[in-house]
Write a protein of this length. Sequence first.
Length: 332
Amino acid sequence: MRKSLRIILFVLMFSLTGCNGIGTPSNNPLDATITPTPFQPAAEVAMTSTPACTLTPTPDESKIISLGLARPEGQVNILLLGSDFRPGLGYRTDVMMLLSLMPDQNLITLTSFPRDLYVDLPGYGYERINAALEFGGFPLVQETFDYNFDVPVDYYMLTDFTGFVSIIDTLGGITVNATYELYDTCDLPQAVDHMCYVPAGRITMNGETALWYVRSRYSTNDFDRTRRAQEVITAIVQKTMSLDALNRAAELFDLFRYSVETDIPFDLIVKMLPLAANYFQDPTILQRYAISEADVTDYLVPVSGAMVVIPNNDAVAKIIQQAIYPLQEPHN
C-alpha cells in the first residue's frame, strides 16, 4: 500500500503539470549556463505597429512588492515546467505552474504563470520568465521567483509531450469539460481542411487531441491556453481517480518515470503520502489560480520589438497571497 500511495503522489504531481513542452533536452537544462540572446517573435511583432503601452519597466516598477509573510508550516513548493525543446533550436519553459503542497492545512494550490511575463532575471536583466531555465538553470528560476514574486520554490518537475500523450492514451482517453469552443488549425486525423473543432461542454479526447487542445495558439492567446491546460489537467486527474489506480500503479509509474525529470527526493514523497491520499478522497482540497490577462499590462520591448506582459503588482500580489500564503494577510 505504501508503494502504491507513493506512486499515486507521483501521478498527482505529474498530472498537474499540463505537459506543454516537446521532447527532452539531451543535456540537463537545470545545469545550463547558456548566454542569453534577444528573443524576438517576428510573427507577433508584425501584428502591431505601435507599442501596447509606453511604460519602460524598471526594477522598482516591475518587482512584486514583498508581502512580508511567513510560509505555512510544512509547505513544499514544486515548480512544474513544460519545455518547448527542439533539437538545435534551444528551448523555453512555455508552461510554468507552481504546485504548493500544505499537508498541515490539508490544502493543495496550483498557480499558473504566463510564459511572457517580463521580469528581472537576476544577473541577466529583463526577459521573459520562460527564459530563466535556459539562461541559468533551476537556480536562476528559483532566484527569479523569489526576487520578483516573493515566492519560494523548493523543487522542480520537467515534462515533455511524448509522455503526456502516452499517459492519456493508456488511461483510455479523458473527458474534458471545455469552457469555450475552440476552432483552430491542426493536423489530426479528424481535421477538415486542416482545421479542428471542439465545442463547449464535455468532450472525450485521446492523447493527441488533448495535446492539440492545450497547445493551439492561432485563434486564441496564451491565457486561453493556460485555461485549457488546467481543464485537461483536471480531466487527467478525474480519469485517474475513476480507475483502479492502485492496481495500475506500476504501469502508470513506468510511463511517468520516463517522461518526468525532477529533483524531488524520496523522503519528501513519503512525507507527502497522507496529503496525496486525502486528495484522491476529496479533490476539493486542490485550489487553482492563474495570472490572467486582467492581471498584466501588454508591453512592446524597445529595440527587440518583443511583445511581453508586465505583471500588475497589486493584482499578482493578491493571487500569490491567496495561493502561497493562504492563512495570512499582507502587512500594511
